[in-house]
Design a protein around this ligand. Structure first.
Ligand SMILES: [Zn+2]
Length: 285
């Protein structure tokens, strides 16, 4: 299995992504078997300058370890470099199969990696690191506990020290990103204080716009004039006027929601819905 949607996964998470030439076919011989772990590393760059000075090493390997050394690189500024889609030499001997290179995606984040090193782990990089891990957890239906540090997966324990930050705090950060966003407020709450019969007095301009857009004057009246009132029901029929009056588009949306109609938040969609409403119920004036 080649992980050819890594770039899309990162991009969809709102991250800045650089696709390194040839990444979709780059990897060690053999295949990824299944994704069970996201393994966090640091590059230990010795203080090299630049956003991702370890690119060549991660892509091509070191004299003692052939590359690629990780599927993903993470620059100091949070840019995600997509380097390989196949098996990468990032895990080494691991405590269990789920942690090995055929079951774990490796992320090599640029850092000196010595605890307290100046310039390591700027907030922008940590935010991106957490976002990237959260996106991968979602994509591969993993648990936040499957985000592991190399220092937690290596065998024997203590063989590795990367990455040089606290993983419990980091996983908490990832977990927060994975919590579903709050549900929208119930319609009742949106509807509070809004009535179909809410009346709005027209200004002179409003009346002119209302007439222009084919509002229906009362019987015996040729056109609307200043001071006439219209209801929310009218508003839904004539959203252009509603907008002109800055008349609580939210109220209109809430009303449409309350009627079980598809909810949309753009003026254009409201106009569409208003048209449907008009077609469905000619008598509702
Ligand atoms: Zn490592």
């Amino acid at each position: 299995m080649m992980l050819t949607d890594l770039a899309k996964t990162a991009r969809d998470a709102g991250l800045k992504v650089v696709e390194v030439d040839g990444w979709k076919t780059r990897g060690r011989p053999g295949e990824m078997i299944a994704i069970k772990t996201i393994t966090c590393h640091h590059t230990a760059n010795g203080g090299a300058k630049g956003n991702y000075p370890s690119m060549n090493t991660v892509k091509n390997g070191r004299p003692d370890v052939p590359g690629p050394l990780a599927q993903l690189g993470l620059g100091v500024d949070g840019t995600v470099y997509v380097i390989a889609a196949g098996v990468c030499n990032h895990a080494g001997v691991s405590l269990k199969t789920d942690y090995d290179k055929r079951h774990a995606i490796g992320i090599e984040a640029e850092a000196v990696g010595v605890p307290g090193a100046k310039g390591d782990w700027p907030e922008v990089q940590m935010v991106a690191y957490a976002k990237l891990c959260a996106a991968l957890v979602k994509r591969y239906r993993l648990d936040v506990e499957d985000v592991r540090a190399h220092k937690e997966t290596c065998s024997p324990k203590g063989r590795k020290s990367d990455p040089s930050f606290d993983m419990k705090a980091f996983r908490l950060r990832v977990a927060k990103l994975l919590i579903a966003p709050p549900k929208p407020k119930p319609v009742e709450e949106l509807m509070a204080g809004i009535e179909w019969t809410t009346k709005v007095a027209l200004t002179e301009t409003d009346a002119a716009v209302w007439n222009l857009h084919g509002g229906l004057p009362k019987p015996g009246q040729k056109a609307f004039k200043r001071g006439d009132t219209v209801t929310l029901s009218d508003m839904i029929r004539y959203p252009t006027l509603a907008r002109r009056m800055d008349m609580k588009l939210n109220a209109i949306i809430a009303t449409l929601k309350a009627q079980g109609l598809v909810v949309a938040d753009t003026n254009k969609d409201i106009e569409e819905l208003a048209k449907k409403l008009l077609a469905d119920d000619e008598t509702d004036v």
